[in-house]
Structures are given as C-alpha cells and as structure tokens.
Design a protein around this ligand. Sequence first.
Ligand SMILES: Nc1ncnc2c1ncn2[C@@H]1O[C@H](COP(=O)(O)OP(=O)(O)OP(=O)(O)O)[C@@H](O)[C@H]1O
Ligand SMILES: [Mg+2]
Length: 248
Amino acid sequence: MIEVVGLSKRFGTHAAVSELSLRVEPGTIYGFLGPNGAGKTTTVKLLTGLLRPSAGRALVCGFDVVASAVEAKSRLGLVPDEPFVYPKLTGAEFLRLTGDLYGIPLATQRRRIPELLEMFELSHFAGELLETYSHGMRQKVVLASVILHEPKALLLDEPLVGLDPKSARMAKEIFRTMAARGCAIFMCTHVLEIAERICDRIGIILGGRLIAEGTLDELRRRGKGAALEDIFLELTGGVEYAELLKNL
Ligand SMILES: Nc1ncnc2c1ncn2[C@@H]1O[C@H](COP(=O)(O)OP(=O)(O)OP(=O)(O)O)[C@@H](O)[C@H]1O
Ligand SMILES: [Mg+2]
C-alpha cells in the first residue's frame, strides 16, 4: 500500500509538490495525470526516497520512505521515466543483480530470468551489453526486473514510452495481473486511453496540487459524462491554445 500525507517539495522558492495527500490501496492501479512540469516525477522521486520532502511524508506498506528506507524500498518497485540500467552489464546480468539485491532465491532466478527474457523477446540479446540495447529494449529489461522481484508497491513513471504495440499491450496486462495479486500500483501517464483502460482511480495534479481525484465514473459525472481527455483539458486549462492557433 502506498500512502502520501501532506507531502510538499520546494526547489528554492518554487513549490513543485504542495500538500499532496493520497492513498493507493493494495490490488488497485492509481493513474496520476497532469501537464508537463505539474509535479508527477517529483512525487515519484519523493516516494522512492530519491528526494527528501520539504514537508509531509510518504509511506510504502506502512514504512516511512525516509525514516525506514530499507524496509520501504525492499517492498517497492520502480520503472522510472528514463530506463536507468548499468551500461556495462548484460541484460541477464542486470536481472541477476536485481534478483540478488531483492533477495530472490537463486533457483527462482534461474527459472524466472530466462522466462522473462523470452516473454519480452530479449532472449537473443541476453548476453549483450545494455549499452547496445535500444530505448524500448532497456525499458523492457527494467519492466522484467520489477516483475522478477514482485514488489508490494510499484511506481511507474510513463512506463509505456518507447514500447512497441505488442510489448505495451503485454505490459498493461502485466500491471493488471500484478494488481490482481495485491500489488498497489501508482502510475504517471500522459496517455489518457491507458488511464481509462487500466486505472481504478485517477488523480489530476496541476502546479503541484491535486485538483481532482476519483474513479473514472466519478470524474465523468463531474465532467457531465465527457471523455477523460475533455475532463483533463477542462481542469488543467489545456484548451486555451485555440486563440493562438488562429494566428498561426
Ligand atoms: N531538481 C530540480 N531542481 C529544480 N526544479 C526542479 C527539479 N526537479 C523538478 N523541478 C521542477 O519541479 C516541477 C515539477 O517537475 P516534474 O519533473 O515533477 O514534472 P512532471 O509532472 O513529471 O512533468 P512531465 O510531464 O514533463 O514529466 C517543474 O517546474 C520542474 O522544473
Ligand atoms: Mg515527469
């Protein structure tokens, strides 16, 4: 379970995240939407302990990510906006490293790693250095690594960027399966169709503040039955460019 209580982060005088409070229950996917620069990635970094909050706190399975960092992180999986991997490791070595870091038994790793590489069509590249992988291939290795260690809480920052349609479909199904097994998933995305399709709850952040939250149906009722795209643009002021377009 993921819980955020009065979380704030300032960079100098700029408030990137302001008094954010939300919960992601086990078995659910929470879609976190917002325009560029709204504070989504900053929230993810606060949830992982990569950034220290200016105020408030973030909890993973009840563990404060600052005060009980190891307990929190051992239960957490992260797919960051940029697929960070060690360039001088091979795909198989990266998965072994992840497995060892999370204490996955060797016998399980020996069985699961080839399966995961096969699933993401990376078997042929398992022995190649990650620096030779394409962006999408690196993204798939990172996804395979979080499936390998089966976190109780999963943070996804634009997880489908760069994936081909087949891999994207598979990733969506994997997220739903992980949720069905009790994982709490927090996903930042700009792809509203994905939010509509796989998220149980949706939060919209603007200028660091949560401005709307609810199930898709609740948001639709607020938006008088409109599509999520219309509700999003209405709430975030995204329709103001119409005047500018006239002058093109
Ligand atoms: N390390 C930093 N130092 C200073 N300002 C930062 C830093 N990181 C983020 N910011 C600022 O915080 C705000 C929120 O950035 P953030 O990366 O969280 O946005 P985002 O919602 O993830 O946007 P995008 O949709 O483009 O990924 C922006 O104004 C950004 O300039
Ligand atoms: Mg971001």
